[in-house]
Design a protein around this ligand. Structure first.
Ligand code: UD1
Length: 416
């Protein structure tokens, strides 16, 4: 299995281009299930999760061509079953449930099961689909859903769930009558998906707020659309500038999607300048400690919690990082401690006492964002860090080691 080897201590400098957002590309590719005909989607990132969703869609008989621009046609669906083998490697596979039931009248999708960052149930997806009139049963580890035609309903989500909102928003586009979704998640990826669906002829308003209203239509038509830039990838590079005292221009990103992070980076002493669709981040000599609490958008994203913790590990002072979105999303802590970090976990919070320097060590990636945080830690550390289980990073960061070495990092991938 591949490893990433980093020799820390270099200041990162230069420009880096951000890829399309994984979390927008996944539901957008899945939305093709709602349509008969060729859709064209641009700015699709080259990631393991994208390969997985393509494999999943192909297993239904969907035709897919291309790479960064994908042409995709779900005109000839031959199966409505998402097998355990595909779903277990990517929890977002549950996104196919709503669109398949809405267009094909049935779906059988393996339950995603446990996950490294908490239990992550799909009860809200299932309940909302029942509210739309689907008959949903759980059998042999699979969710089975049937409906001759979904019926619009008013649905209240107990928790603002991102993929839950996307799943049900897609399903409701083809339901009979009006659906009102309340307490919906407000992430930019949901807005991106809604724009794609509207381009297909769906009648949706309110995406990006906590109430989404969908007037069902009888059918949708193919669309050509683009995926937004990946705000989590962009945020990770901004943090890389802060952690190495560097100067990085992150190109092709939307600063409005990064407001919560940018506010924290400025508090931490970094200079952040907005230049059109670029964000320039300059790190100072020292990092000031800041407290962080993760929240649904527009709050601080849980997907950047591990990475900002890496920065706080070398900050001047004490920082409290509270994770409110997922339980058990602190697996990177024990690995960072192997690099000398002084961190204590108390319930939902990590108390981080900054130290002047981390030191390199062999560390293991436990999940996608944890791996990014360990790479950041390695870039700032003295000596060599070897990161194993690199496949986690490949799920969500396109060519991270190439992008970092172009900025001056001493980082390479070794196989074996
Ligand atoms: C999405 C993102 C993920 C991000 C997360 C939170 C994708 C593909 N993934 O994941 O990168 O970390 O949002 O921003 O977009 N919950 C339930 N029942 C449900 C669904 C969710 O209890 O049926 C809970 C979860 O356990 C969690 C919270 O709701 O505590 C939010 O999770 P959710 O927004 O659903 O995360 P995902 O959509 O899986």
């Amino acid at each position: 299995m591949d490893k990433i080897v980093i020799v820390g201590g270099r200041k990162l400098q230069g420009d880096v281009q951000i890829s399309g957002a994984k979390n927008a590309a996944l539901p957008i590719l899945v939305s093709s299930l709602l349509v008969d005909g060729w859709n064209t989607f641009h700015n699709i990132p080259d990631l393991l999760d994208i390969k997985t969703v393509k494999k999943l869609l192909s297993s239904f008989g969907v035709k897919i061509e291309g790479g960064e621009t994908v042409r995709i046609n779900a005109g000839g669906i031959t199966s409505c079953e998402a097998s355990y083998d595909l779903v277990r490697t990517m929890r977002a596979s549950i996104l196919v449930l709503g669109p398949l039931v809405a267009r094909m009248g049935e779906a059988r999708v393996s339950l995603p099961g446990g996950c490294a960052i908490g239990a992550r149930p799909v009860n809200l997806h299932i309940q909302a689909l029942r509210d739309l009139g689907a008959e949903v049963t759980l059998k042999d580890g699979y969710v089975e859903a049937k409906a001759s035609r979904l019926k619009g309903a008013t649905i209240y989500f107990d928790i603002a769930t991102v993929t839950g909102t996307e799943n049900i928003m897609m399903a409701a586009t083809l339901a009979k009558g009006q659906t009102i979704l309340k307490n919906t998640a407000r992430e930019p990826e949901i807005v991106n998906l809604a724009e794609v669906l509207i381009g297909m002829g769906a009648r949706i308003r309110g995406a990006g707020t906590d109430v989404i209203v969908i007037d069902g239509v009888d059918s949708l038509h193919p669309v050509e659309a683009s995926v937004i830039p990946d705000r989590i990838e962009a945020g990770t590079f901004l943090l890389a500038a802060g952690m190495t005292g560097g100067d990085i221009r992150v190109l092709g990103c939307d600063a409005l999607h990064l407001e919560a992070l940018i506010a924290k980076l400025r508090d931490a002493g970094m200079r952040i300048e907005l230049e059109g669709d670029a964000v320039r981040a300059t790190g100072g000599v020292t990092v000031r400690s800041v407290d962080v609490k993760t929240l649904p958008h527009p709050g601080f994203p849980t997907d950047l919690q591990a990475q900002i913790m890496a920065m706080m590990a070398i900050a001047n002072g004490l920082s409290v990082i509270t994770e409110t979105v997922f339980e058990n999303r602190f697996m990177h802590v024990s690995e960072m401690m192997r690099m000398g970090a002084d961190i204590v976990i108390q319930g939902k919070s990590a108390i981080v006492r900054g130290i002047p320097k981390l030191h390199g060590a062999p560390v293991m990636a436990t999940d996608l964002r944890a791996s990014a945080s360990l790479i950041l830690a390695g870039l700032a550390a003295e000596g060599t860090t070897t990161l194993s289980r690199v496949y986690h990073i490949d799920r969500g960061y396109q060519q991270i080691e190439k992008k970092l070495s172009a900025l001056g990092a001493d980082i390479r991938r070794i196989s074996g």
